[in-house]
Design a protein around this ligand. Structure first.
Ligand code: UDX
Length: 430
């Protein structure tokens, strides 16, 4: 099949490369000249395990191309996947500017009966609205569908190749059949939903996971004041089959490019429809308040940040990515500096992104290794569970001449081991 993917951000590049690996002719299209120039040379502008290799392989075998030119990419495409960004605006509502602009550009160039499939995360009603927009400018009949993505950063290639399910939202049986054929090699359940359900399934999925994280964080806070241990509690509640024991790490709250944005967009959508406060609004607030609240709690435990040397380990929002969008470090480090701490940061992959995201904080020192960041520190903050960080032997950086605190922000360390190294251990909810 001839497929064009519009938007070569995180979702678009992974989707394009994986479709190409199925033997399709795929073109990645973006208006960002610099991004396309880099992709044409086989360079992915972000870190995602396995993606560079797949991209190069598919470019070399001639299945995958990149362009900034709609005229080159649309007229031959049987399927046009729209994966442009849908950020939140200043009021938390979804901003559809990029989506609309892509629709306006592609509409007059469509091949007869091509399928336009919206992969971007958008509220219910969007496919219907965008179909009208397309119809005004298209010169031929076309088909539409919503095909939300559920891939996670850090495991995006594997998630795309082995999805839990494929959701296709369309009222058009032919569009469904063609899209189902495209996704059959992934061997996952393929669901035919109405477009509104497909849009909602994506928001609901992320809001549920975000809610789960906020919930366990609240229980962790109660553990901390009651003498209960959150890890023991998780072990106990997780054996209830209705609940399960996965996806239950308490910490600084959820970050990244999706959860905070999707929860806030769902909250704004809910307010616009039902005109009442809703769970998502409160969820969003709880998550925003969490880092300042924990920083205050930690400050009390260590006797204030002023003059403390702090090693912040893990700057990305999660392991196996250099994405810093809504990473805990982006909130934690400015607060530490503001409170008078000397901060040394380390990350296996995200130092370059950090110099951009934290560019207003020249006092932050970037270090090339855990040892360099942690040597002599008064406080070690293990923020993100990169394997290199959680498997590190911190006895190497223990200074027996002073008290050193170890903040295990994601409960990834055995407290007894950290204490045996000689640190004062501070976990979450234990
Ligand atoms: C998420 C969704 O899972 C994916 O389906 C969606 O389309 C994009 O957003 P991603 O942001 O890559 O993917 O990461 P995920 O691993 O789900 O984690 C999101 C955030 O929740 C991270 O900040 C993570 O640290 C946090 N988290 C996750 C917790 O705090 N506790 C947990 O138990 C799990």
């Amino acid at each position: 099949m001839n497929i064009t993917v519009i938007g070569t951000g995180f979702v678009g590049v992974v989707t394009a490369a994986v479709y190409a690996s199925l033997g399709h002719q795929v073109t990645g299209l973006d208006v960002d000249e610099a991004k396309i120039a880099s992709l044409k040379e086989g360079r992915v502008p972000f870190y995602e395990p396995g993606l560079s290799e797949l991209l190069l392989e598919q470019q070399q075998n001639g299945n995958l191309h990149f362009t900034t030119n709609y005229q080159d990419a649309i007229p031959n495409a049987e399927i046009v996947v729209v994966a442009v960004g849908t950020p939140s605006d200043e009021n938390g509502a979804v901003n559809l500017t990029y989506l609309r602009s892509a629709m306006d550009s592609l509409a007059p160039l469509l091949k007869e009966n091509a399928i336009v499939a919206i992969k971007s995360t958008v509220p219910p009603g969007t496919l219907t609205e965008e179909t009208k927009r397309l119809a005004e400018k298209a010169t031929v009949p076309f088909r539409v569908a919503a095909v939300p993505e559920f891939l996670k950063e850090g495991t995006a290639v594997a998630d795309t190749q082995h999805p839990d399910r494929i959701v296709i939202g369309t009222d058009d049986q032919t569009a469904f059949d063609l899209l189902a054929d495209l996704h059959k090699p992934f061997n996952a359940p393929i669901l035919k939903l109405n477009p509104e359900s497909a849009h909602m399934a994506k928001y609901a999925s992320n809001a549920y996971l975000a809610n789960r994280i906020a919930f366990i964080n609240q229980i962790a806070d109660l553990c901390e004041v009651s003498g209960a241990n959150i890890q023991e509690v998780i072990g106990a509640i997780g054996l209830d089959k209705r609940i399960g024991s996965h996806y239950w790490y308490p910490g600084f709250g959820y970050g990244g490019s999706c959860f905070p944005k999707d929860v806030s967009e769902l909250s704004t959508y809910a307010k616009s429809q039902n005109k009442v406060e809703n769970l998502f609004t409160y969820l969003d607030k709880l998550n925003r308040d969490r880092i300042p609240m924990l920083m205050e709690r930690y400050a009390q435990k260590i006797g204030g940040w002023q003059g403390k040397q702090v090693a912040v380990l893990g700057l990305s929002f999660k392991p196996q990515t250099n994405d810093m969008r809504e990473a805990p470090s982006v909130h934690v480090i400015p607060e530490l500096l503001e409170q008078g701490a000397l901060v040394k940061g380390y990350d296996p992959k995200a130092i370059e992104s950090a110099t951009y995201f934290l560019k207003d904080h020249p006092e932050l020192q970037y270090k090339a290794s855990i040892v360099e960041a942690a040597q002599g520190a008064d406080v070690i903050m293990a923020l993100i569970e990169w394997p290199e960080i959680i498997n590190f032997d911190f006895a190497q950086v223990r200074d027996n001449g002073k008290e050193q605190w170890f903040i295990d922000a994601r409960n990834q360390f055995d407290p007894q081991k950290v204490k045996a190294w000689g640190f004062t251990y501070i976990g979450v909810g234990q």
